[in-house]
Ligand binder design. Structure first.
Ligand SMILES: Cc1ncc(COP(=O)(O)O)c(C=O)c1O
Length: 303
């Protein structure tokens, strides 16, 4: 009885961190582990997964390399999960492994309801926090419910590679790895800067009639990786190339769907990938840069 002077319980608030070279390496490790338990299990994937010649597919390559069966569940134009479709697919695939992806650092509108249902049904699900490391670590809004979560350090920090695999199961032994100590960055500063840039730029983008912000609200605890928008009636690829030529690092994630999604019937893969463009809002960007970006955007769009 009583209280010790310092915390001594090694099992308390356990979370096992493992470094990997990339998020996809972590995801591959998870699938390999799952395959050992259920060799015929299916992986259920969201219907928004891209591919590029340089990078391959961060999500799908691991599935393909493991040779496991897979199926997609539907996302709408705003990348929100079609819950009834997810439930149908889960219910018709015994021992499936579900991947939830927190695109661009945001959680699904119904994230709480989804994970509650998956937990209640005792479904094994994984959180892809490749874009959402700080939404998890600083914001505490994702990554703690799935059996595992994985992260892509080079998507948030100026590193050329790096991933993390986190286990949320208390029974595993804890390696004494502490990412806050060995990564020499102030994550709270990065988190705040990204949120501030997001809000600043979003306010300016609201003035453009034909640009629709994908996540209109930046809720507490969310750390955005980029600011994704949908372009209506604008040539996305031309804008992408022009802005990059002008020195503004735009991305279109995912401009090309994996072949397996070409005939899938969900707005995310039939519409969003053609119209999406992501604005940079990372920690190296300041308000003057964003003012400059907007001026150039206006010129390119002739408005
Ligand atoms: C949502 C998502 N998950 C996983 C990955 C894989 O990340 P990494 O490049 O660290 O393997 C990517 C990027 O390719 C991604 O966009």
């Amino acid at each position: 009885m009583g209280i010790t002077k310092i915390a001594e319980n090694k099992k308390n608030a356990q979370r096992t961190w493992q470094y990997t070279n990339s998020a996809r390496e972590a995801w591959s490790n998870i699938i390999e582990e799952y395959k050992k338990l259920y060799p015929n299990a299916k992986v259920l994937l969201p219907s928004y997964i891209g591919w590029s010649a340089n990078e391959g597919s961060g999500i799908f390559d691991s599935v393909k390399n493991a040779g496991v069966d897979f199926e997609f569940y539907s996302l709408d134009k705003y990348l929100n999960i079609d819950i009834s479709d997810l439930k149908d697919k889960v219910n018709s695939n015994e021992n499936c492994l579900v991947l939830l992806v927190h695109y661009f650092g945001f959680t699904d509108n119904k994230y709480a309801e989804i994970v509650q249902w998956l937990d209640q049904e005792k479904i094994c699900y994984i959180e892809d926090c490749a874009h959402a490391w700080l939404t998890d670590l600083v914001g505490g809004k994702c990554g703690r419910n799935g059996k595992y979560a994985f992260y892509s350090l080079h998507k948030i920090l100026p590193l050329s590679k790096g991933g993390l695999l986190v286990s949320n199961q208390t029974e595993e032994t804890v390696e004494s790895l502490n990412p806050f100590v060995s990564l020499n960055y102030d994550l709270l500063t990065i988190y705040n800067k990204r949120r501030d840039n997001y809000q600043y730029l979003a306010k300016k983008i609201e003035d453009f009639d034909n640009i629709e912000i994908l996540y209109k609200e930046l809720k507490d605890g969310i750390c955005p990786q980029t600011l994704p928008v949908i372009l209506n009636g604008i040539d996305r690829d031309a804008l992408y190339h022009k802005m990059n030529e002008l020195g503004f690092g735009m991305v279109s994630l995912y401009h090309t769907m994996i072949q397996e999604l070409h005939n899938y019937n969900a707005e995310a893969c039939s519409v969003t990938h053609k119209k999406i463009i992501n604005f940079p809002i990372h920690q190296d960007v300041n308000h003057n840069d964003l003012d400059d970006l907007i001026e150039n955007l206006k010129k390119v769009l002739n408005v």
